[in-house]
Design a protein around this ligand. Structure first.
Ligand SMILES: Cc1ncc(C[n+]2csc(CCOP(=O)(O)OP(=O)(O)O)c2C)c(N)n1
Length: 352
């Protein structure tokens, strides 16, 4: 009996904008100057809003908060590839994705301030809620993709996860069904190389996360997650394919979390300052800025004006979030069941 090779697989990697701000013109997706400026401004906005959240948390005005610093390109680049009729399922570290999808920003703050009104998404925005339990959003997203296919709708689902989520059973079940049912879903894995203090090599023996797609019959690609153009292109190709019956894709955005896991963490306990410094050189915002500067679309004066405008907007957002009327106690009964059980009704009556 001969020993033969049944199949061979490859794991593609995509980078378009390198850390010096230079693009590979052959791979560059169609983006107008206005689009690129929008991406840049969204990433700067996300970073400044993120910094504000960290300050609010330190001042006791917000609860535990997970910073997105360093992951802005993976977030904005992917969300920008969606159409309004597509669906977005975020995990908990997605500040720029929410901005791109038009979530009223005070809702983002309210959520992390522990106010459930931050989770009430306006009807016209196809976003699911922020998902803190690791990986549980993945089967939900696959369920939505199944519903879209069943209803013969030409929309796609984009679901975000971290590298740590790939170790959960939910991940494998979601990937498997997505493949078997050829569903219009795109998995965007933010591989920031840590799940709190757990390094990637303790998470998986796979050389890449992208190759996990192969086992489930999905398309898989690894992209430079700090390159907004590469993330945008890979996601655009994937959602276009999903919408036209081409099936699911798994995208691994290789990136780095520059900050602590959350405000309850101290990353200096498990990684070196040198490592962080090396990744700061690959900052997704700096490299896009270099690109814009070369194209004469960026100046110091533009940056100053941009940041001042954003800061003013952020001050208004914080005011709106903190100025909201407190909720009545009864509100805790209102959003779980369409019809309340007798025992909940009894409890509700007892506090009236
Ligand atoms: C089911 C579940 N288990 C444990 C936790 C605690 N927890 C919160 S974030 C996290 C690590 C997540 O790492 P990763 O998926 O890589 O995302 P990252 O935080 O790096 O963006 C853990 C274990 C949780 N939220 N949910």
């Amino acid at each position: 009996m001969p020993l033969k090779t049944l199949a061979k697989f490859e794991v593609p990697y995509l980078q378009i904008l390198n850390e010096h701000g230079k693009v590979d013109g052959r791979l560059m997706p169609k983006l107008s100057d206005k689009d690129v400026l929008y991406l840049y401004e969204t990433m700067v906005y996300g970073r400044l809003l993120d910094k504000t959240c960290l300050s609010l948390q330190r001042e006791g005005r917000m609860y535990t908060y997970p910073s997105s610093e360093g992951q802005e390109a993976a977030q904005a680049g992917s969300a920008f590839a969606l159409k309004p009729e597509d669906w977005m399922f975020p995990y908990f570290r997605e500040i720029c994705s929410h901005i791109v999808r038009g979530l009223p920003p005070e809702k983002y703050l309210l959520y992390w301030m522990g106010d459930e009104r931050g989770q009430q998404i306006p009807e016209n925005i196809n976003n699911f809620m922020i998902c803190v339990p690791v990986a549980t959003q993945l089967p939900h997203a696959v369920g939505m993709a199944y519903a879209l296919k069943y209803q013969k709708k030409k929309s796609a689902v984009l679901v975000y996860l971290g590298d740590g989520a790939t170790s959960k059973g939910d991940f494998h079940e979601a990937m498997n069904l997505a493949g078997v049912w050829n569903l219009p879903v795109v998995f965007l894995c933010n591989n920031n190389q840590y799940a709190i203090s757990t390094t990637l090599d303790k998470q998986t023996a796979s050389k890449t996360l992208a190759q996990k797609a192969i086992a489930y019959g999905l398309s898989g690609i690894q992209v430079d997650g700090n390159d907004a153009f590469a993330v945008y292109k890979a996601t655009l190709d994937a959602v276009n394919s999903a919408r036209s019956g081409g099936g699911p894709t798994f995208i691994e955005a290789f990136t780095y979390r520059l900050g602590d896991h959350t405000t309850a963490d101290d990353a200096s306990k498990y990684r070196s300052a040198k490592e962080v410094e090396e990744w700061r050189k690959k900052d997704p915002i700096t490299r896009l800025q270099k690109y814009l500067e070369e194209k004469k679309l960026w100046t110091q004066a533009y940056q100053k004006k941009l940041e001042e405008g954003i800061q003013k907007k952020i001050n208004d957002i914080v005011k709106a979030a903190e100025g909201i009327e407190p909720q009545p106690v009864e509100s805790i009964f209102n959003f779980t069941y369409s019809e309340m059980d007798w025992n909940l009704k009894e409890q509700l009556n007892s506090i009236k």
